[in-house]
Design a binder for this molecule. Structure first.
Ligand code: SF4
Ligand code: SF4
Length: 203
């Protein structure tokens, strides 16, 4: 898997959940079509009258997620930029997504504004595999965010975490080690470590 592959999953699912923050700082989410994916960028559009548009233009932070039929989930968190060549991009989006013509026939399409996500963190999570599989990617100049847990040198090697991990993704060693690509981030090992040696990973 890579970043483009993750974006392609979002495009293939097409109807993805897009979350923004409203003027009161509250989360808002709705289903939006992923209209186009190319060159490591994701394109979508929305009408100027919608709350979604108002929220994006006030605070362009956006989170997007979708899951496909194979139980592969993609989660993206980044910023959305409004594109300047509006008519050109809307025409391109309609060409790539002909069904849009019945929703916004003729010139009504130009009430839509095109947006592009080119800076983001992307998480890929495959629940169909045993153990589960996860990977992280970035697009643009977004800084990588490390999530989950790691084991520090305070580990006393008791092996309790390895025994209870539901994904069997902890290896013995000095210190013991979490195989990050298979970790659920459930925190069970953290709650059961007698040495408080397991801590959240930081950026
Ligand atoms: S439970 Fe804590 S101390 Fe024991 S092996 Fe795991 S990390 Fe080390
Ligand atoms: S967070 Fe959960 S899945 Fe990950 S290593 Fe700890 S117990 Fe295992």
């Amino acid at each position: 898997m890579n970043a483009q592959g993750c974006l392609q999953i979002l495009r293939d699912v097409k109807d993805a959940a897009f979350a923004t923050v409203d003027e009161q700082g509250l989360p808002q989410v709705r289903i939006i079509d992923v209209m186009l994916v190319e060159n490591g960028k994701l394109y979508f559009c929305t009408a100027r009258g919608k709350d979604f548009y108002a929220q994006l233009t006030r605070d362009n932070h956006v989170a997007v997620t979708a899951v496909n039929k194979e139980f592969q989930m993609v989660r993206l968190s980044g910023t959305a930029e409004k594109l300047t060549e509006q008519t050109c991009w809307i025409d391109r989006i309609f060409k790539e997504n002909p069904s849009m013509n019945s929703v916004y026939p003729d010139e009504s399409r130009y009430i839509l504004e095109p947006f592009c996500i080119s800076n983001a963190n992307i998480e890929f999570f495959d629940l169909s595999r045993e153990p589960i599989h996860r990977e992280n990617f970035t697009i643009g100049n977004h800084k990588e965010q490390k999530k989950g847990y790691e084991i520090s040198d305070s580990c006393i090697g008791c092996g309790k975490c390895k025994k209870i991990c539901p994904q069997q993704c902890i290896s013995a060693g000095k210190p013991f080690e979490i195989r990050q690509n298979h970790c659920l981030h459930c925190g069970l090992c953290v709650e059961n470590c007698p040495a408080e040696a397991i801590r959240r990973r930081s950026v």
